[in-house]
Design a protein around this ligand. Structure first.
Ligand code: CMC
Length: 440
């Protein structure tokens, strides 16, 4: 339901003698937009907004965030309700199709994914082409773009809704297999084929940790916790990786190429790579015996550019609602698994949070824990190596990237993404042959 339907004035812009009315673009909730498409022609200037602090890149019906209130909703449903009551595959369907599925629709959707989980047999050699210790995000990025070659038939017409659906299913089906293969190869252990009799997340865990000569049984509570973490990561509107997916897709690149670009963006430590960086930070503190206070002082003094990883967010200026759920889940999972060493790290993380939240530096800048602050501790307790954390984020974010890609291609307002710039380099100079350079 629209929360904001009152008539509101358009924007007005004056640049020198030129003025322009900027049509207001109403939001159903959150901030309205003003359309500046005619600005350059009417005024002769372009808008400059590095990092897109005040710039919306599109209209979207997928995810709503209110960063001041700490609200996150997928297709209107509060994240807290979905985390507690839904499943990852149901959320995938919701994000991609816009509505929660009926039981029949969910069954058909899940079956299509399960049927496609096997990777082409030749694909295995792809994994051995990379060094076993290579970062799994790089391998994953390569693997996803490689899908365009194995499943080329699904990329012939990117505007065809059926082909979009096919690419979506293949990505959701094969990426967990790929991530599990990457983990197995890094550990020098045999790859396992998918088992369609298990649920999506349970089978991902089995392929990652199971061995061919042992039956694999896992606590359903742990499966549920990981499934829920995937839900929390499933979409986050126009973040860096999603904007990358939209940008690449706006050139009508296929979904595999676009999503692979998103994986590249996600790997950065300021984005999804933060979950790995948080654990590196906690390990460093533990190994060097650095106290929480000493570390926080280092951050405040901006020594060597050190940051409190897993803290801060461009949009949330309040507690990230995902972080609150993850923190509670960390307690449950660690208790369930009896992971005492990780529990000590959790205590350290909570002390860091407590100190930071009372400190003037963090209070003034409105810096709170984000989704990445506690996830790594849960993944560690589950047995994942640190390098696997960001691929887990990527697996969770897949449906968001897919949904945003499809929305972008089907939006009649979409044009190829091509920002302007404000050029401030040399104006004009004559070429000087190399032998004559540096003579004066
Ligand atoms: N530790 C210390 N200082 C910080 C932090 C932090 N984690 N985050 C922001 N600041 C400071 C920053 O130095 C700046 O200070 P000043 O005003 O003195 O220059 C101020 O707060 C504003 O920060 P900003 O860099 O302008 O904010 P941004 O919106 O451009 O960046 C961010 C957002 C997430 C990149 C940043 O907060 C950060 O680097 N956090 C640590 C990395 C991290 O946890 N990333 C995961 C983000 S959530 C999940 C995801 O997107 O994948």
């Amino acid at each position: 339901m629209a929360e904001n339907i009152n008539e509101k004035p358009n924007g007005q812009l004056r640049v020198g003698d030129n003025s322009l009315e900027l049509p207001r673009v109403p939001a159903s909730c959150g901030e309205d937009g003003v359309h500046i498409g005619a600005m350059r022609t009417a005024t002769g200037v372009v808008a400059l907004d590095p990092g897109f602090n005040s710039t919306a890149s599109c209209n979207s019906k997928i995810t709503f965030i209110d960063g001041d209130k700490g609200i996150l909703r997928y297709r209107g449903y509060p994240i807290e309700q979905l985390a507690e009551r839904s499943s990852f595959l149901e959320v995938c369907y919701l994000l991609i199709h816009g509505e929660l599925p009926t039981a029949k629709e969910l069954k058909a959707f899940s079956e299509r994914i399960h049927e496609n989980r096997l990777l082409h047999e030749d694909f295995k050699s792809f994994f051995t082409a990379f060094p076993a210790h290579g970062h799994p995000m790089s391998v994953l990025q390569g693997g996803i773009v490689g899908m365009s070659t194995y499943y080329e038939y699904s990329t012939k017409n990117v505007l065809d809704p059926q082909q979009q659906e096919e690419q979506a299913i293949l990505l959701l089906a094969k990426v967990p297999t790929m991530i599990a293969y990457t983990a197995k190869r890094a550990a020098g252990l045999p790859l396992l084929y998918p088992d369609a009799s298990r649920s999506y997340t349970e089978d991902f865990l089995r392929m990652t940790f199971g061995l061919p000569y042992q039956s694999y049984d896992i606590d359903p509570e742990i499966v549920h916790a990981l499934d829920m973490l995937f839900i929390l990561h499933a979409d986050h509107e126009q973040n860096c990786s999603t904007s990358t997916v939209r940008m690449v897709g706006s050139a009508q690149a296929n979904m595999y190429a676009s999503v692979a670009s998103g994986v590249g963006a996600l790997s950065g430590p300021l984005h999804g790579g933060a979950n790995e960086a948080v654990l590196d930070m906690l390990n460093m503190m533990r190994d060097t015996g650095m106290t929480v206070k000493e570390f926080v002082n280092k951050v405040k003094n901006k020594e060597d550019g050190v940051k409190l990883m897993g803290f801060g967010h461009r949009v949330y200026k309040n507690y990230d609602p995902r972080a609150a759920i993850v923190r509670d889940t960390a307690h449950t999972v660690l208790k369930r698994l009896g992971a005492s060493e990780v529990s000590e790290m959790l205590d350290m993380a909570m002390e860091l949070e407590e100190v930071a939240l009372k400190d003037e530096y963090f209070v003034k800048r409105r810096l709170y824990p984000n989704v990445d602050f506690y996830t790594g501790l849960i993944y560690t307790a589950m047995g994942f190596k640190t390098k696997m954390f960001t691929p887990l984020f990527a697996l969770g974010r897949l449906p968001g990237w897919i949904a945003q890609y499809i929305e972008m291609l089907n939006d009649p307002a979409t044009k190829i993404g091509r920002p302007r710039q404000v050029y401030d380099g040399e104006v004009l100079r004559d070429y000087i042959p190399v032998r004559e350079r540096g003579k004066n």
